[in-house]
Ligand binder design. Sequence first.
Ligand SMILES: NC(=O)c1ccc[n+]([C@@H]2O[C@H](COP(=O)([O-])OP(=O)(O)OC[C@H]3O[C@@H](n4cnc5c(N)ncnc54)[C@H](O)[C@@H]3O)[C@@H](O)[C@H]2O)c1
Length: 363
Amino acid sequence: MIQNDSDKIEQFVHLESRDYPILISRNWSYLFQHIDGNKKRKIVMITDDNLKRIYQTAWCNKRHNLYTYIIQSGENSKKLSVIESIYLFLKDNSIDRSDLIISFGGGVVGDIAGYVASTYLRGICLIHVPTSLLAMVDSSIGGKCGVDFAGIKNIIGNIYHPEMVFINPALLDSLPEEELKNGMAEVIVHCIIRNRWLFDFINNHLEQVLQKENDCINLILYMNCKIKARIVEEDQYEKGIRKILNFGHTIGHGIEAESGFLLSHGQCVSIGIMGAFIIARKMNLLENEADLMTVQTLLTGVGLPIQYQALEPEKILEKMGYDKKRCRNRYHFILPHRIGSVGIYEIADEKIILDTLKELKQL
Ligand SMILES: NC(=O)c1ccc[n+]([C@@H]2O[C@H](COP(=O)([O-])OP(=O)(O)OC[C@H]3O[C@@H](n4cnc5c(N)ncnc54)[C@H](O)[C@@H]3O)[C@@H](O)[C@H]2O)c1
């Protein structure tokens, strides 16, 4: 169901147990209306030090029963010690099950806040207010949350859905350019797995998209959330089809780990997308080889890398071995048939992956 008012776009994630809205609007009052429906509850706002000022400007003075917890920005905060500090903060402020946690931030804040909300008192209400493009189109939808542990990303976590996702596209105005590009990598992943039309739209309006022109951004946000929501509805616990959201991530995670996290997640996914297309071509899965060049042109146009000079194929393969996408000595890959359609494959032959990594170095 879609409702379109003049200044809001609303859609829903339909779960077996309940539905929740994803509301896109530049008008904060839609969020306040939702929160004010229950004036008694305390609100715990979790945000990071980059976003503190933005959030205060947007709405801090509008509420009195607000408790703010600020984490340091960056992946390094996704750890159990930070979770523990937040638990203490909740206990010291007598937060109970009738209260509400709001995440105001990118994927890091969202993953932390979601994990806290899912575990404290066995679960308290949660609203995501994503502020990065990646969080708006991806991490705030679908319930995955958690932290890194023993050097492994997202190894401790949960699936816990919010009561609402509120997306204010105006927040993208302050988002650093590099972070916008990172988010675009996930946007392109969604297009390749499910929507050729949107891929072509972005290709044809790239300048407006990168300039964050309102109509283009609204369309991208709406359609990407829809792609993610439909996949989550089909397979909430990633037993099957939800795996396709990992398109580009198998090689991407290998490069991310091998680069010592010097390259951003979006940059690694971008290289991983090219890797997936090359493997698909080698396995004769690609219906139209021209798609590879089309994707390469868009990634480059966005300003994302398509190869990594310092890439050492054997070491990346080794790192991929630690990744959860490898199982029973087979590598799990999501491979394209064409832009807009992918499939799930297991590859036992390491040579095909090594050859691809070598080819990636020469792109
Ligand atoms: N739960 C999921 O389904 C899921 C999916 C994908 C990624 N993730 C996780 O998301 C994280 C990455 O998220 P991210 O890319 O948003 O990174 P992030 O949360 O670290 O945000 C990137 C940077 O941008 C800043 N920022 C965010 N919004 C801003 C704004 N509006 N204005 C100014 N600065 C802003 C942040 O302070 C941070 O410095 C990773 O930890 C990843 O594992 C989770």
